[in-house]
Ligand binder design. Sequence first.
Ligand SMILES: Cc1ncc(COP(=O)(O)O)c(C=O)c1O
Length: 442
Amino acid sequence: MDRSALEERFNVQLPSSKVLYDRACQVLPSGVTHDARYLTPFPPYIDRAFGSRKWDVDGNEYVDYWMGHGALLLGHAHPKLVQAIQEQVARGTHFGGCHELEIRWAELISQLMPAAEKVRFVGSGTEATHLAMRLARAFTGKTKTIKFAGHFHGWHDAVTSAVIEPDEAPSPGVLRSSLEATISLPPNDSALVEKAIEQDGDVAAVIVEPGGGSWGTIPTTGEFLRELRRVTAQHKVVLIFDEVVTGFRLAPGGAQEYYGVVPDLVCLAKVVAGGLPGGAIAGRREIMELLAFKDDPDWNRRRKIAHQGTFNANPLSAAAGIAVLEEVAKGDCIRQANGLCAQLADGMNEVLQGAGIPGRVYVLGSMFHIALEVEPDDADYRHLVRLAKGPKASELRKAMLLEGVDLMRNGGFLSAAHTADDIDKTIEAFAKILTAKRRMDR
Ligand SMILES: Cc1ncc(COP(=O)(O)O)c(C=O)c1O
């Protein structure tokens, strides 16, 4: 994959995106609105999307594996979702008040997720993890949260450390005092967690992506989660599952159902809001009750956790969330996406083996990751995260884009709208790129 040749092909195939990008750079830092959407020489500008596909402003068609950063389990513009949103938009998008949809939405979450005794809606996944950590501190009277290297929980100060390494430099502008309240540990080692809890004595919570760091880039095991459950319960530390990605995707009840481990708190976003903005936190009644008012001014003033948010449970997101969760409850959409994801990985692994290129494609439910140039049994988490976030993943993404496949970083999300044709097209593109690469390497 020759970088300058790839970039030259971008200019030829995506000329209208280049024009928009130049305009965007005048008003948006680096022309983008999310770090993950940054791409050199410029990103494709998308005009419309339907099912598993999307089209850019030059009319190029892509098999889409971003699926709204994982939010679109049913694919783009699913008819049930479009209908629910259209009906609601005409009835009002913000009532500045309570409405029945938020109750139905919370009931569905409670019904599907073992941990969700009570629910509070928030605006995003970042807000969900932020609030979960505050709840844990208030509940335990302790300060610190343990997080794992390579596990992503949004962009608020306390979780910006250890995106790759446990002791890497923090992002500029982040409050040191917030970072000091976070203990970063290597993933998948529960003995280290137990030791840190015992030695520190001030740990309120352990937060984990239960499907493995960076949506499964760093695979995990049920055994690790079971050990975390045992250790946290024993030391009265709150166990937070960040199910922003895995919630309602890995199984109808999320990772907690898939692995059979019930956390104290669960953070939700993406699928829960049906592809519209929104999120939620749910969990054990006695912790969630810290958000409740009581007939006690002292409690309300000093012990209740303050929590606001203009767009919490807004009716449009509620309508979309309900439409999707009702489909999730039937189970078929998850099964279908998972089945196709396994087929995709099998096909890509055959390509790798056929080409004699070291590497592997691995899956968790409907999410897949491509790790090129690793030995099949390489499980070093630093290596896997660096590969996923590094220039090689970006080169592969560009090459695949030019063949009509839009990967999210080094992998992506399947939806119930993907088809066998999408899988064939993706495997074909992958084979073409790797064959060209092997020719160049010789
Ligand atoms: C596991 C996880 N937690 C939290 C977040 C943050 O969610 P949001 O982008 O809605 O703030 C993300 C976003 O990708 C995520 O993958």
